[in-house]
Design a protein around this ligand. Structure first.
Ligand code: SAM
Ligand code: SF4
Length: 456
């Protein structure tokens, strides 16, 4: 993270938030990072709605501007600091606008942010969102208002998020993480694992079905570790499958160690649970996995993949990989490359290791240069592109069920949606509506998209 302090906003004036017509105030939130952050943004808007706030898509209209941030990699934090500098000038030109930082980066840098960005009005960690309306009601102070207490019990189960339009609803079913992988900042910024009660989740999904959402995506850092004291994740999948109106159920991210037989059976037997699994591997070397403290070996992971593929033959698999972890040598990297080639994931998210202050691995010497990390990353990206392309070619000639999401980005007039394996399918539209499931014959494919023929 840059150590350059950001200057105080030039000419900033201290006033109360601007009041707009009908006494509603506008909030603009920019979201960085994962789906959980996007879901948290919907939660923040839900928290503010009863207090007379509504969301706006433009900074120019906003009375309150929040950056909802990610701390997973340094690069994500640098982007936020750059954006904060731009917004500092906007705030200077629009006195009365309140500028805040929420989420993981706010929690991670709660102390240094006071020096780096003294023009911030608010600094709010992921377990402190409830304090936002009260903090906004306080008016401007000379110092940022800081709320970063982690709370082992906070699940926001009683808050209704304000979701965007569409057919897919993200539902956070658990927060925090107890795994403490040595590279990862999540347990430090999101606190300990806790789950929303199953009855509250099912009630929420019934409302979503009534509102017309067709797909529910359950979210958690280790989503399959879900347990509310009485029920586990398999129970949640099975009971959600019984809700009329919901066509598809997905979830992310499961942890390989929590992938119980119970969950595999629920996936295999509930037709509504999509045959798609994001199963982070991180490394193909047992010694690296051990230093990462991932809690599984390659033998365990590959046996799990075999079991999943035999239980769910059409399963599409994706993964996360980190290259350049401290002491990853050429043989370790080659083991990752070879395992990716052997497993043949449908897709993968691949990252260069980024040392995160506060984690165990942060204290370890970085043995892989940035240049070498880049080389390793490019090698597995090229490998994965080839595999994704090959795997998608196999879909040519098949007819797939596409849940239509809306117009394709291009060509004009085409529609886009996802098949059950969470692959994007585009095809020439013929008046079909978002939310309907239609059979589409695949006639060509790229590494990222399946292309269908005109609908008959
Ligand atoms: N909980 C999930 C799991 O354990 O598999 C992953 C959640 S994490 C937010 C998403 C991904 O970010 C991880 O799977 C990992 O590949 C990547 N990641 C986390 N910390 C990282 C770091 N310090 N440097 C690079 N990538 C990192
Ligand atoms: Fe981070 Fe590991 Fe928890 Fe995933 S399981 S969120 S990688 S600590």
């Amino acid at each position: 993270m840059s150590t350059q302090p950001l200057p105080r906003a030039p000419g900033a004036v201290t006033t109360k938030p601007r009041e707009t017509a009908m006494n509603t105030r506008k909030i603009y939130i920019e979201t960085y990072g994962c789906q959980m952050n996007l879901a948290d943004t919907e939660l923040l808007i839900g928290l503010l709605k009863p207090h007379g706030y509504e969301s706006t898509q433009t900074v120019q209209n906003a009375d309150v501007i929040l950056l909802n941030t990610c701390a997973i990699r340094e690069h994500a934090e640098e982007r936020v600091l750059k954006r904060l500098r731009e917004l500092m000038y906007h705030k200077a030109r629009h006195p009365g606008v309140r500028l805040g930082l929420t989420g993981c980066m706010a929690q991670h840098h709660r102390d240094s942010l006071l020096d780096k960005a003294p023009f911030l009005d608010l600094i709010l960690g992921p377990d402190a969102y409830r304090t936002l309306p009260a903090l906004l009601a306080q008016g401007d102070k000379d110092e940022p208002l800081v709320s970063v207490r982690l709370d082992r019990d906070e699940t926001y189960a009683d808050i209704t998020p304000v979701r965007g339009e569409g057919i897919r609803a993200w539902v956070t079913i658990m927060r925090g993480c107890d795994k403490f992988c040595t590279f990862c900042i999540v347990p430090y910024v999101r606190g300990r694992e806790r789950s929303v009660p199953l009855t509250a989740l099912l009630d929420q999904v019934r409302v979503l079905a009534d509102q017309g959402y067709k797909e529910v995506v359950y979210l958690g850092q280790t989503v399959n570790a879900y347990r509310d004291g009485e029920h586990d994740f398999a129970d949640l999948l099975r009971q959600t499958a019984g809700i009329d109106g919901i066509e598809r159920i997905r979830f992310t991210s499961p942890h390989p160690s929590d992938m119980s037989e119970h969950v595999i059976e629920a996936m295999a037997t509930c037709a509504k649970v999509a045959p798609y699994l994001h199963l982070p591997l991180q490394s193909g070397s047992n010694s690296v996995l051990e230093r990462m403290e991932r809690g599984y070996t390659i033998e365990h992971y590959t046996a799990l993949v075999e079991r999943l593929r035999s239980a769910i033959p059409e399963l599409s698999l994706s993964t996360d990989i980190i290259v350049g972890f401290p002491s990853e040598d050429e043989a370790d990297f080659q083991a990752t490359y070879d395992l990716m080639a052997e497993i043949r994931y449908d897709s993968a998210f691949m990252f260069k290791y980024s040392a995160r202050e506060g984690t165990k691995a942060y204290k370890w010497e970085e043995t892989v240069s940035e240049q070498e990390k880049g080389r390793r990353l490019q090698a597995i990206i090229a490998l994965q592109e080839r595999i994704s392309g090959d795997v998608n070619q196999q879909a040519i000639g098949q007819t797939v069920d596409v849940l239509i999401e809306g117009p394709a980005k291009r060509p004009a007039g085409w529609l886009a949606g996802k098949n059950g394996q969470f692959k994007t399918v585009v095809f020439p539209g013929n008046g079909q509506q978002p939310g309907s499931v239609v059979p589409v014959r695949v006639i060509s494919a790229t590494a990222h998209t399946l292309i269908g023929e005109a609908f008959r």
